[in-house]
Write a protein of this length. Structure first.
Length: 269
């Protein structure tokens, strides 16, 4: 899902549709054109898409023999993933190298709180669900507040229901599915001291990810480009020992190389 631009500097998104159904040649041509035009490509993909999509992406990367394609599948619900993709699009307008920009995705996931209000948790397999909650799923009118990231939480919504949220100022984004509830806007957003509330369309993968179409998905995020840029540039940068690209973190997002294991030195003296 490509969210609307946050500001005039936000780079446009390229949506790769039907990767597992269209001819391989078409996907190869599209990806090659992107690399030729932009130099590097960061593919942000939900882990709720069919397995054929991931296989096709790896096939394309292998056939093009390119180390300029980064495949990024963070364990975020679809709306949180869409927000993360937009943040990377915001940062693409800054003076960050491709490796640092792609690596920033792992860093920024720590500042996204993602959850949903669900009518049932009977088919929810992304968050631990106890027997009590499963039983209450069958009670008509039951609703559950769930956090999937950064730490799993689950409560049955009622007068005393609370969920732990971010301890820093952030905005909240809301996407409504086939469920009526004002709990997020009326209760959760004020409890989390949200700086503002915006709405978006529900991502196509949300019903699959959460196990039901009767949901309202939400997430909190940092919208300010200057804050995002400061977070990324404050982290120590390194150079991938394999492909030579600048990175932050312990693994290169383009060639997947991890830091070399230091050789054991013989004791001296």
């Amino acid at each position: 899902m490509a969210l609307p631009a946050q500001d005039e500097r936000t780079a446009p998104a390229v949506v790769l549709k039907d990767l597992d159904r269209q001819p391989l040649e078409r996907t190869l041509d599209a990806m090659k054109a992107l690399i030729d035009h932009h130099g590097h490509v960061v593919v942000v993909c939900s882990d709720a898409v069919p397995s054929g999509v991931e296989r096709r992406l790896h096939t394309v990367r292998s056939l093009l023999e390119s180390d300029r394609i980064a495949l990024f599948r963070p364990n975020l619900p679809p709306l949180g993933l869409a927000v993360l993709a937009r943040q990377l699009r915001q940062l693409a307008s800054c003076d960050l190298s491709p490796g640092v920009l792609a690596s920033a995705g792992r860093l920024l996931t720590h500042y996204i709180h993602s959850g949903a209000v669900l009518a049932s948790v009977a088919r929810l397999d992304r968050v631990p669900v106890g027997l009590k909650a499963h039983a209450k799923s069958w009670v008509p009118g039951s609703q559950f507040g769930v956090i999937a990231h950064p730490e799993p939480q689950l409560v049955r919504i009622g007068p005393e229901a609370t969920l732990n949220g971010p301890d820093f100022g952030s905005w909240m984004l809301l996407a409504k599915g086939q469920l009526q509830s004002d709990w997020v806007g009326a209760t959760l957003a004020p409890a989390w001291n949200a700086l503002g509330l915006r709405e978006a369309d529900l991502p196509a993968e949300s019903a699959t990810w959460w196990g039901t179409g009767k949901l309202i998905e939400f997430c909190t995020y940092l919208p300010d480009l200057s804050v995002l840029y400061q977070l990324v540039t404050s982290v120590r940068q390194g150079v991938c020992h394999w492909c030579g690209i600048d990175v932050i973190g312990d693994r290169c997002v383009f060639c997947s190389a991890a830091p070399p294991v230091p050789e054991n030195r013989a004791p001296t003296g």
